[in-house]
Design a protein around this ligand. Structure first.
Ligand code: SAM
Length: 215
């Protein structure tokens, strides 16, 4: 068996238990649950954290950053309503785990990370596992206009206010999933409708801050 396929069979039972837990917590989208059954989360966290990889918690990934909890990834992906072939922008590649989930959902994934070290590590993991995605280094609060428009944009860090540039990079009907706030954060979904963005408040959130170098 090729090495990358063998890696994905490790922790299989823990992974399926996590999928069941996500389902019990209310995640209904079968494609999202299936993606969680496929992507080996333990390979996106440091070796010393493998034993915690299938718990529903965030985990430190170095450089002062964390991989978000599986539940928050599942909620964000459900809200983004990803379909096969959709062009999707992820702001904050981090470990690359959500990037892999997006690829498993069949999206054409663009992911931008401001920290070179994290982006490089994510690239190695994603390449080893055979995921074909586009990784960029830079300030994702500006989006990635060169490849816009996107069907969905998922921001993995909390903005002080939703970055205006991201709205401009959505298709009509496109979804922007973004946590907003500093100490008190709220997760929102905005849907692009003509010149308006329809806002839905999803609930409380706890993310690392989005670093906006451009402001
Ligand atoms: N979803 C990621 C995963 O699966 O590992 C976790 C994302 S982590 C909670 C947030 C990431 O956003 C960090 O890696 C951080 O460096 C990155 N970040 C913060 N501000 C950013 C910005 N302006 N542009 C791009 N990435 C940014």
């Amino acid at each position: 068996m090729p090495e990358h396929l063998k890696l994905t069979t490790d922790f299989r039972r823990d992974r399926l238990r996590l999928v069941e837990q996500l389902r019990e917590e209310g995640v209904q989208d079968l494609a999202v649950l299936h993606a969680f059954a496929l992507v080996p989360r333990h390979l996106f966290v440091p070796d010393a954290m493998h034993h915690r990889a299938y718990k529903n918690t965030p985990i430190p990934i170095g450089d002062g950053q964390t991989i978000s909890s599986p539940e928050i990834h599942a909620i964000s992906l459900e809200l983004a309503e990803i379909h096969q072939g959709d062009r999707v922008l992820e702001v904050g590649t981090g470990s690359g785990f959500q990037t892999a989930l997006l690829a498993a959902l069949g999206a054409d994934v663009y992911s931008i990370e401001r920290l070179t070290s994290l982006s490089n590590r994510a690239r190695d993991t994603l390449l080893t596992l055979g995921y074909q995605v586009h990784l960029e280094i830079g300030d994702g609060s500006l989006g990635l206009p060169s490849h816009a428009p996107y069907s969905a944009i998922i921001v993995g860090a909390a903005a002080k206010k939703p970055p205006a540039a991201l709205f401009e990079q959505l298709v009509e009907g496109g979804r922007l999933i973004v946590p907003v706030g500093t100490s008190n954060q709220t997760l929102y979904r905005y849907t692009q409708r003509g010149a308006e963005h329809i806002r839905e408040r999803i609930g409380g959130a706890r993310f690392v801050p989005l670093i906006e170098e451009s402001t």
